[in-house]
Design a protein around this ligand. Structure first.
Ligand code: C2E
Ligand code: MG
Ligand code: MG
Ligand code: MG
Length: 279
């Protein structure tokens, strides 16, 4: 009996695996088609300068406008894209589209605005990234100083020497480099000094417990003051309440991003929001 159960178990297991492999293959194919059919879209979330009291930048966040499923969030397809290598052409598209949008906004006389683009591990390791960025800048006409690349802490800490070299290449183009989700990895601020960075993005997990968790508040304000001493700017992500904003502003945080100031929105809605909030 035990033997039979075991055998059934194995049969069951392998057919489950086959089914899941098939699903993955067809999802991958669908994602590849999505890129060709222009089903990917960028939404933009405002980044507010606390001292100036206005929107100074936007983070470009990719979405999949799926014909049947509606808007699919990156949490549901970026890891598959990473795994299959599709992140490279998707990332190229994101970079080109983000640069074109930012340039178009600047030309529509809203003045200078910075665009931040997320770069994933595989994209960063890919040899062509610097060239892709250079091409996106050249084709859009966007000045490099208005493009920021967001790299995660775990990504840059994985291969210190390689990361430093790659980041210097990118910095030479004139673009800005930021550490995304800061505080969630193992790096110390000391280790970060080796990288040509412009700023840190404090992870939402610290912000969400303000003002209830005094430890997270202490960590947040310590990150801000240490970062400033190292010549880095700081932005906090995931800011949803007035209290969180007040605490961050009092702690000297330079910029704030979160639902309190705006959700990620399509190009036209984002542009209307900037125009209305009196830049
Ligand atoms: P991330 O770069 O840390 O982006 C911030 C995420 O937090 C976004 O989720 C954003 O919509 C969400 N968010 C912003 N403000 C708030 C808030 O006040 N409260 C809460 N609860 N959430 C907030 P999203 O758009 O689902 O993106 C998730 C992640 O997917 C991003 O995290 C980023 O790592 C990745 N991603 C997004 N777009 C791209 C892309 O074009 N390329 C790559 N490689 N990754 C991307
Ligand atoms: Mg980001
Ligand atoms: Mg983040
Ligand atoms: Mg995050």
């Amino acid at each position: 009996r035990a033997k039979e159960l075991g055998r059934d178990g194995i049969v069951q297991f392998s057919s489950d695996m086959a089914a899941s492999a098939r699903r993955k293959l067809s999802r991958t194919d669908e994602l590849r088609q999505a890129l060709l059919r222009q089903e990917l879209v960028l939404h933009f979330q405002p980044q507010v300068d606390v001292k100036k009291g206005r929107i100074v930048g936007a983070e470009a966040l990719v979405r999949w406008n799926h014909p049947k499923e509606g808007l699919v969030l990156p949490g549901d397809f970026i890891s598959l894209a990473e795994e299959t290598g599709l992140i490279v052409p998707i990332g190229d598209w994101v970079l080109r589209t983000a640069c074109l949008s930012a340039k178009a906004w600047q030309d529509q006389a809203i003045g200078p605005i910075r665009i931040s683009v997320n770069v994933s591990a595989r994209q960063f390791q890919e040899t062509g990234l610097t060239e892709t960025v250079a091409t996106a800048l050249k084709e859009s006409g966007l000045h490099p100083m208005w493009l920021e690349l967001e790299l995660t802490e775990s990504l840059i800490m994985k291969d210190l020497v390689g990361s430093v070299a790659k980041m210097h290449e990118l910095e030479k183009l004139g673009v800005k480099l930021a550490v995304d989700d800061f505080g969630t990895g193992y790096s110390s601020l000391g280790a970060l000094r080796r990288f040509p960075l412009s700023r840190l993005k404090i992870d939402r997990s610290f912000v969400e417990n303000i003002p209830h968790d005094t430890d997270d508040m202490a960590i947040t304000s310590a990150i801000i003051s240490l970062a400033h001493k190292l010549g880095l700017e700081v932005i906090a992500e995931g800011v949803e309440t007035e209290e969180q904003a007040r605490f961050l502003i009092e702690s000297g945080c330079d910029e704030i991003q979160g639902y309190l100031f705006g959700r990620p929105e399509p190009d036209t809605i984002f542009l209307a929001a900037i125009t209305n909030c009196g830049r």
